[in-house]
Ligand binder design. Structure first.
Ligand code: F6R
Length: 594
C-alpha cells in the first residue's frame, strides 16, 4: 500500500527520501515521487520504480522534503496521479496514504471556488483545502482542512519556506523517527531504520508539527505527549543478507523465528492467554479473525483450540465479519495480523470492541494499530517481514497459537508435556527441510510449466492447502486453488486432467485413509499428483507422480513443516518463471484500505 516518508534536518533531503522510499518498496506500489522545499517547492514524480526515479530526477537542493510510493486506488498509475500533490500556486505539497471518501463533494466545491485540479486522485483535495485555509499558519490550515475530510489518512504537508512538516493520521499508520537535530517521518519502521531506532507512533486523531529540532503533537487542539519507543529490529534484519530475495531469506529465517518466539513466551511466568479459562469466565466461544495468510493461521488455530481445549472455535474472514448484522456478545476474538494495520482486520476488531467483546491481537509490529485496539496483545517475534508474500510471520503466528493453547489449562497433562517437547524440536526439523531443497527445486521446474494447480488437504492441513495455493498464485501467477480434499469431487473435478496438477498435503492422522481415496480419485482423472508426506510413508509412493518427504512430527505440528515445503515450492516455481518475487504485481504488503 502507499508509503510515505518525510525528512527535515541539515542534510540534503532528496537522497535520504529516495533511500527511505526504497525501504518501503516492499509495501507494493506503482508510482512514486518526491517534493523538496528548494527554490520553491520542487516536485519530481512518475509511474516508475524508486531507483529509476532517483536516477532520472533533477538534484533539488533543500533540507526538508517529502516522498511517496503510490498504490493506485483513485485513477490509474501515472505521472499526474503520483504523489506529492500540490495546491494551485504550487506552494503546498502533500503526500497521503488512505482514502478520502468525500473527495467528490469537496472537489466540486473547491472547483466552484476557483481551484483547478489536474489529477484523478482523491488526495489532491487536501493541498487545495489547506490552501483555502492558509493564512501563514500551516498547522491551523491543515487542522481546518482535516476537519472537512471523511475517510482515512496519514499525511505529511510541506509548504514553501516553512521549515516544518505537518503530519496527521486517522486509520493509516504513521511514525516519527527521532534523530540528532533531524527528524524522519514514515509509514513504516524499515524506512527509517538506517537513520534511527527511536520512534514515536502517532495515534488516530494526532496532528504533529515536526521541525529539525523537535516534535509537538496535539489532539483536538490540545498538546499531548507521546512516548518515544526503541525499535528492537536491527538494520541487518531488514536487509537481504546475501539472499537473492527477501522471501527466500525470510523462509530460511524460520528456525530462528520459531526459537525466538518460543523463547520469548517461555520467559512469561503466566500463560500468554489461558484459553482454558474462557469457559469459566462465561465467554462462549473463540473466534479467530484475520485476512489472507493470517486468516489461514487463524484456521489452523481453530483446529488447535478444538483439538487441545475442546472449545468451539471458529475462524472468520475479517472483511466478511465486519458486515455481519449481529455479533455474539460473549465472544473472545483472537485477531491475527502481521502488520497490525490491515484495514479489514482493524474494522472487525473495532466492531467487536463496540459489542463489548474481548479482543486479543497477535501481531508482529509493536505499537501497531491492532495492538492499540485490542484488550491484550501477544507479539510474534518474526522480525521485519519485507517480502509481500508472508512466510515467517505465518509460522510465528502458528507458534503464538500453539503456545497459547498448550499452556492453557488442558486436562491431558501428559499430552501437554509431550507436545511441548516436540514443539522445541520443530526448529531442527524445519532446518532439515531447508538444508535439502534439491527435491523441491526440481519439482518447481516441473510445476513452472503449468498454468493451473489444485492444493488439497484435510483437517489441520486444509488451511495449509489454502496457504500453499495462495503462495503459489501470488508470486508465480499460476492459477492455484486450495480445497478441502473431500470437496474436490463436488465440482472442481470438472477441471482435473493432465494440465491440472494436484498437490496433496497428506497427514498421518485420522484423515489419512480418506486422503488416499481422494488421491486415487484424482489420479483416475489423469491429474499429475505431488504428495507431501512424512518420512516412512511407503504406500503413497506407488499412487502419486512425485513426493516431497518431510521429517516425522506430531500431526498437530505438521502444518509448520508442510508450509515450509510449500513456501519453497512456490518460491522456486516463481523464480523459474522469472517473476518479481518480492514485489508481485498489484499486491501490497500492508493493506490499509478496505
Ligand atoms: C499473503 C499475505 C497477505 C496478508 C494479508 C493480511 O502472502 O501476506 O494475504 O496475510 O494481507 O495481512 P496482515 O497479516 O498484516 O493483517
Amino acid at each position: 500500500m502507499c508509503g510515505i516518508v518525510g525528512y527535515i534536518g541539515s542534510k540534503q533531503a532528496q537522497p535520504i527520501l529516495i533511500s527511505c522510499l526504497e525501504k518501503l518498496e516492499y509495501r507494493g506500489y506503482d508510482s512514486c515521487g518526491v517534493a523538496i522545499d528548494s527554490d520553491g517547492i520542487e516536485v519530481y514524480k512518475d509511474a516508475v520504480r524508486v531507483k529509476a526515479l532517483g536516477e532520472a530526477s533533477p538534484r533539488f537542493k533543500g533540507t526538508t522534503g517529502i516522498g511517496h510510493t503510490r498504490w493506485a486506488t483513485h485513477g490509474p498509475p501515472s505521472q499526474i496521479n503520483a504523489h506529492p500533490h500540490l495546491d494551485c500556486n504550487g506552494n503546498i505539497a502533500v503526500v497521503h496514504n488512505g482514502i478520502i471518501s468525500n473527495s467528490p463533494e469537496l472537489k466540486a466545491r473547491l472547483i466552484k471556488e476557483g481551484h483547478t485540479f489536474i489529477s484523478e486522485t482523491d488526495t489532491e483535495v487536501i493541498p487545495h483545502l489547506i490552501e483555502r485555509y492558509y493564512k501563514g499558519d500551516l498547522k491551523k490550515a491543515t487542522e481546518a482542512a482535516l476537519s472537512e475530510i471523511d475517510g482515512s489518512y496519514a499525511i505529511i504537508v510541506l509548504a514553501k519556506d516553512k521549515h516544518e512538516l505537518i503530519v496527521a493520521r486517522k486509520d493509516s499508520p504513521l511514525i516519527i523517527g527521532i534523530g540528532d537535530r533531524e527528524n524522519f517521518i514514515a509509514s513504516d519502521v524499515p524506512a527509517i531504520l538506517d537513520h534511527t531506532d527511536r520512534v514515536i507512533y502517532l495515534e488516530d486523531g494526532d496532528l504533529g508539527v515536526v521541525t529539525s529540532s523537535g516534535v509537538s503533537i496535539s489532539r483536538n487542539g490540545s498538546g499531548i505527549k507521546r512516548a518515544e519507543q526503541k525499535i528492537l529490529w536491527s538494520v541487518e534484519e531488514a536487509q537481504k543478507a546475501g539472499y537473492e530475495h527477501f522471501m527466500l531469506k525470510e523462509i530460511h529465517e524460520q528456525p530462528k523465528v520459531i526459537r525466538n518466539t518460543l523463547a520469548e513466551y517461555s520467559r512469561e511466568t503466566e500463560p500468554v492467554l489461558d484459553l482454558g479459562k474462557i469457559r469459566d469466565t462465561g465467554r462462549e466461544s473463540i473466534i479467530m479473525l484475520a485476512s489472507g495468510t493470517s486468516y489461514h493461521a487463524g484456521m489452523v488455530g481453530k483446529y488447535i483450540v478444538r483439538e487441545l481445549l475442546k472449545l468451539p472455535a471458529r475462524a472468520e474472514i475479517a472483511s466478511e465479519f465486519s458486515y455481519y448484522t449481529s455479533v455474539l456478545p460473549r465472544t473472545v476474538a483472537i485477531a491475527i495480523t502481521q502488520s497490525g494495520e490491515t484495514a479489514d482486520t482493524l474494522k472487525a476488531m473495532k466492531k467487536l470492541r463496540e459489542a463489548d467483546c474481548r479482543v486479543i491481537a497477535i501481531t508482529n509490529v509493536v505499537g501497531s494499530t491492532a495492538s492499540r485496539i485490542a484488550n491484550k496483545t501477544i507479539y510474534t517475534r518474526a522480525g521485519p517481514e519485507i517480502s509481500v508474500a508472508s512466510t515467517k510471520a505465518f509460522t510465528a503466528q502458528l507458534m503464538a497459537l500453539y503456545w497459547m493453547a498448550m499452556t492453557s489449562s488442558i486436562t491431558d497433562t501428559r499430552r501437554q508435556s509431550a507436545l511441548l517437547t516436540e514443539l522445541r524440536q520443530l526448529p531442527g526439523k524445519v532446518q532439515q527441510i531447508l538444508d535439502d531443497e534439491t527435491g523441491i527445486t526440481e519439482l518447481a521446474k516441473y510445476m513452472s510449466k503449468y498454468e493451473h494447480a489444485f492444493f488439497i488437504g484435510r483437517g489441520i492441513n486444509y488451511p495449509i492447502a489454502l496457504e500453499g495455493a495462495l503462495k503459489l498464485k501470488e508470486i508465480s501467477y499460476i492459477h492455484a486453488e486450495g480445497y478441502a480434499a473431500g470437496e474436490l469431487k463436488h465440482g472442481p473435478f470438472a477441471l482435473l486432467g493432465e494440465q491440472s496438477p494436484v498437490i496433496a498435503v497428506v497427514a498421518r492422522d485420522n484423515t489419512y485413509e480418506a486422503m488416499l481415496t481422494n488421491i486415487k480419485e484424482v489420479k483416475a482423472r489423469k491429474s499429475p499428483v505431488i504428495a507431501i508426506v512424512e518420512q516412512g510413508d511407503e504406500d503413497i509412493d506407488k499412487l502419486v507422480d512425485s513426493v516431497i518427504t518431510l521429517p516425522k512430527v506430531d500431526t498437530l505440528f505438521s502444518p509448520v513443516l508442510n508450509i515450509v515445503a510449500l513456501q519453497l515450492l512456490a518460491y522456486y516455481t516463481a523464480k523459474e518463471r522469472g517473476c518479481p518475487i518480492d514485489y508481485p504485481r498489484n499486491l501490497a504488503k500492508s493493506v490499509t484500505v478496505e
